[in-house]
Design a protein around this ligand. Sequence first.
Ligand SMILES: Nc1nc2c(c(=O)[nH]1)N[C@H]1C(S)=C(S)[C@@H](COP(=O)(O)OP(=O)(O)OC[C@H]3O[C@@H](n4cnc5c(=O)[nH]c(N)nc54)[C@H](O)[C@@H]3O)O[C@H]1N2
Ligand SMILES: Nc1nc2c(c(=O)[nH]1)N[C@H]1C(S)=C(S)[C@@H](COP(=O)(O)OP(=O)(O)OC[C@H]3O[C@@H](n4cnc5c(=O)[nH]c(N)nc54)[C@H](O)[C@@H]3O)O[C@H]1N2
Ligand code: SF4
Ligand SMILES: [Mo]
Length: 758
Amino acid sequence: MTIRHICPLCEATCGLQLTVDGDQVIGVRGDADDVFSRGFVCPKGVAIGDLHHDPARLRTPMVRDGDALRPASWDEAFDRIRTGLRQVIGESGPNAVAAYLGNPNAHNVTSTFYLPALVRALGTRYRFSASTVDQMPQQVALALMYGTELSVPVPDIDRTDLFVVIGANPLVSNGSMMTVPDMPGRVRALKARGGRMVVVDPIRTRTADAADEHLRIRPGTDVLLLAAIAHVLLAEDLVDLGAAAQRVDDSAVERIRELLAAFSPAAVAMPTGLAAPTVERLAREIAGARPAAVYGRVGTTTSGLSVDGNPTSFATLASWLIAVINVLTGNLDREGGVMFPLPPAGGPTTFGESGRGRGVRVPGSQRTRVRGLPSVLGEFPAAVLAEEIDTPDSETGEHIRALITVAGNPVVSIPDADRLEKALGTLDLLVCVDAYVTETSRHADVILPAASPLARKHYDVVFASLSVRNAARYSPPVFALGPDERDEGEVLLTLAGIAASMVNNAPEPTTDQLDDLVAYEVARRASSDTASRAHGKDPAELLAAVAPRRGIERLLDLSLRSGPYGDGFGDDPEGLTLARLEEQPAGVDLGALRPRLPEVLRTPSGRIELLPEQMVLEIDRLLQALPAVDAPGLLLVGRRQLRTNNSWLRTLPRLAGGSSRATLQVHPDDARAAGVGDGDRAHLRSGTGDIQVVIEATDTVMPGVVCLPHGWAPDSPDTWDDEATSGPNINVLTPGHGMDPLTGTAVLNAVPVQLLPT
Ligand SMILES: Nc1nc2c(c(=O)[nH]1)N[C@H]1C(S)=C(S)[C@@H](COP(=O)(O)OP(=O)(O)OC[C@H]3O[C@@H](n4cnc5c(=O)[nH]c(N)nc54)[C@H](O)[C@@H]3O)O[C@H]1N2
Ligand SMILES: Nc1nc2c(c(=O)[nH]1)N[C@H]1C(S)=C(S)[C@@H](COP(=O)(O)OP(=O)(O)OC[C@H]3O[C@@H](n4cnc5c(=O)[nH]c(N)nc54)[C@H](O)[C@@H]3O)O[C@H]1N2
Ligand code: SF4
Ligand SMILES: [Mo]
């Protein structure tokens, strides 16, 4: 039997066709009929059956008995959590409990709808997520300009003439903050129609290899390059705002010209390692291409510029500069430029009132206790998690005593990993909702297992806001839950009920009651939003219209029918409903991206805030830093691998081994200088920690740069033996300081290191 299911493993959201025999997956291929992914698949998608059948994947809760974890019933697991939370909240209040939400939540429709309920029920200000070791600077820069945390114009890759990729490797990552299945095919198509791809990266990655031009930049200096590109556009009068012209204050362009006056290509040539004429040519090329799309990712959001030897993040400024370059060259909201997707189940850019909104407050209003760092979009920087646990207040004794992680592995993903791992051991309660015993969850008091992705419903609510083409696809579960397994939605709502009862000293609500509450909230918003297709209808009427559906199906149907393509609950019989998606398992294509200005804006002014005041201060900070920018010894950067997924999947039979090895790539000249050879073990040391590495001498890295993948960890505390499935944890070396001041986003790339023979 063949069953369709959307792959939940990365942002490309490929449609899969699974060949299933009883309860076994016996084959996986790309779904050629899928309206969005058209047959593309990668090795991870092909291995989804391995994930489903993996004996190491947890099927029952685990609870701690002394030093060991043992299987337990759900009742026992939840009772442990009740006891632990009652004590911590009773003694120290809700702010003694923290939540850390990891990356796979963005791929899980259950989390989309129910995690907010859990976080609200916890009533804590200590909310952390993987966003502050990832894309937060992009979200914040764009939110300041366009109004919401998901106001992301994505490259219109299928129609662009020039694709400029900075600090991203989409041929391996399959795209990020850009939902784009079949990146290799789309790059081939770009070239076939005479377009060009330029890649800016210190490493000759697969994407750089496929590019027409590869600029090897010194890690951490992109903010200078970007300032210089904008400088050239403004100095040479290459500005043509296109669709944005009506929405931007002219004075903002003039002010940016003045503010960036010092950042000429000549002024940044030394630190970036890029000659002034090269940068001038690139700027002119971006201005001349009609259209062009400039795109930056992890290398631009998690790198530190070396200032007096200290890695210092300017990531929001870098992300803003990318957006500004797209606006100045008329590529915003232009076909083939960067465009705003229109998400079928709605999203921040479709909620509320068309064309204006509340905007965002940056920096946020809360401060961390230990360092006094600001919150960002309602959360705290992940890099402060350890200190907020291990540094009790000298007067009140206040600190984080309990942590709940959902789909996250912070011991491997956030900086200063050793400190965090030690801190976890001191918690009164650690609860992990995870599919595995991981480097993090092995410290847990209770692990609540997440069921197989093939046993849940799938709809990409989040990634529809980032898609290079509008489409709607829904997958029902392939398999029923195993005998002891529970749906993750039920797990999250049970936790929410426990938390609500502890915090409010009230009886525990049932999961059904909480589900009703969430559904009412969705219906109420659909009814009150003037931009919604259900505007003005009675929420009770909307809920009646989707009955008898419950759970995720009810929430999705409400969202789709009130969303921008929705049937408006009968107003437009051609419009989208969940039933229609169920009838069309290969999806409904909603066409190429279309211009969305000014309707997409949610700024208080209803205009594009081209020069937010926060950026004026950041440009000044960069100007002050410029004379102290230096180039200390070796700089460490990360890489992603086709057959691993952040910290997980690397042990699955179909994915382990081969190219998936956590080698330290070193330029042969640097290896020689350090006295180490290809295949040797060596020490890599930073100001934060020390790890053992295996050397891979290669000229894919530029001299002065070494490259180690993230997501790996040793199989025993100090070393690792099986190089196919274990390796060093790069985040033992990354610093818990130097973060981007506006977003608290950590420095994970361009970290100064020393390479030493063992
Ligand atoms: N040095 C360095 N550090 C980095 C990065 C880097 O480039 N360099 N990249 C950063 C980035 S971009 C990210 S996104 C973060 C990721 O950081 P995290 O989100 O903390 O880590 P992941 O490895 O994605 O963890 C996913 C966990 O979720 C579990 N899981 C998988 N599916 C499900 C599910 O459906 N439900 C539940 N409950 N659990 C599930 C997995 O078993 C795994 O333990 O790492 C960051 N850290
Ligand atoms: N196979 C696979 N796919 C994945 C993931 C995975 O783990 N495995 N993770 C997913 C996640 S969570 C994310 S966020 C995305 C990330 O998607 P990408 O950002 O496309 O992935 P990376 O490989 O981290 O690319 C970052 C690039 O930046 C370069 N770089 C490092 N420092 C600098 C710098 O200072 N300047 C410049 N210009 N470049 C620099 C690195 O060499 C690297 O090539 O990938 C997603 N897709
Ligand atoms: S590219 Fe991403 S979504 Fe597509 S099959 Fe691979 S892991 Fe799954
Ligand atoms: Mo990420």
